[in-house]
Design a protein. Sequence first.
Length: 95
Amino acid sequence: MMGWAGELTWTGWIVMAVCMFAFWAVVIYLVAMMFRTDRANGPGRTSPESDPLRLLEAGFARGDIDSEEFVARRQVLMHPGDTTSVEHRQGQVHD
């Protein structure tokens, strides 16, 4: 007496192999989607609450800093590699 696999033809073996491949492809895809970092609020994204420029603007809107300090800090954030002194840039707004 032959087992259940002995009754399969080549078509049956091919269908079984394709289904097994599809199953493992779906499993790997789902695991990869669990660890994705490019989602909207995933670990790879900077949330609007932690954006330094947004925090600076919020502090200025609350009145925590004056306009000269806002402009100076904004320039530092917008041009981080600039070697011009902060005191020299105060009062100058470049958009």
